[in-house]
Design a protein around this ligand. Sequence first.
Ligand SMILES: Nc1ncnc2c1ncn2[C@@H]1O[C@H](COP(=O)(O)OP(=O)(O)O)[C@@H](O)[C@H]1O
Ligand SMILES: [Mg+2]
Length: 275
Amino acid sequence: MADIEIRNVYKIFGHDAKKALAMAKDGLDKAEILARTGSSVGLNDVSLKIGAGRIFVIMGLSGSGKSTLVRHINRLIEPTRGEVLFDGSNILDLDPKALRAFRMRRVSMVFQSFALMPHRTVLQNVVYGQRVRGTSKCDARVIGMKWIETVGLSGYDAKFPHQLSGGMKQRVGLARALAADTDVILMDEAFSALDPLIRGDMQDQLLQLQQNLSKTIVFITHDLDEALRIGSEIAILKDGQVVQVGSPGDILDNPANDYVARFVQRRHGRPEYHG
Ligand SMILES: Nc1ncnc2c1ncn2[C@@H]1O[C@H](COP(=O)(O)OP(=O)(O)O)[C@@H](O)[C@H]1O
Ligand SMILES: [Mg+2]
């Protein structure tokens, strides 16, 4: 089990990080900072507490900073300022060796683009993390076959990625993350590329799995329906800032501002009339 805490994280992309950071702290908005410095504010003073054993959703439009934020959690991206704590210890303090171990054992990731290795079979893809950390071929196979069956891919273990549909590929991605046996799984728009029906099936499967697993899952989406369906808690990002954090009920009943309210409104299919 792992608690994650993100503390006052800023991420500036560009050369003039110092100047851009000072402007962000002074409350200038993203567009203005970009115009003045040429630097892009990826994250702007983000603080979040992500409780262990739950599905925490980060939602926002494209460009709002979701991928940037989730990549701070396994330190694929380092913050310009701020801290990322795992069970109370700052992962920015890990040396290269400890960081490798952390990525191997504590946190795994499922990508929108699947990111499967094309010349390896389903089974080889699924057990890759186990093999890298030294699990024997025989033991890894047992683990791999269990997760392949769990995600509904029995009989496909010897197939190659190009022989699978998008939904099946993402089942492999999920099985790989589960086989890695980490406390935390990061899912960056993992279902966003799938057709609506398949996507619904994957959401159901994830919720069902989670009942037994109780992993800490950080799930990224730009889709409010998906966020409401999957999340125990939802954080809404806009221009690199957290605009609201709450349960699905909180978000629906008490949208924190117009931005969130518009998301909620769109879901109910209320058309907007102009003039
Ligand atoms: N490597 C990078 N270099 C420059 N700007 C970046 C980089 N990565 C992200 N950004 C900028 O940071 C902002 C957030 O991007 P991203 O986290 O990818 O958003 P999302 O995942 O919500 O679509 C965007 O303005 C984007 O252009
Ligand atoms: Mg993204």
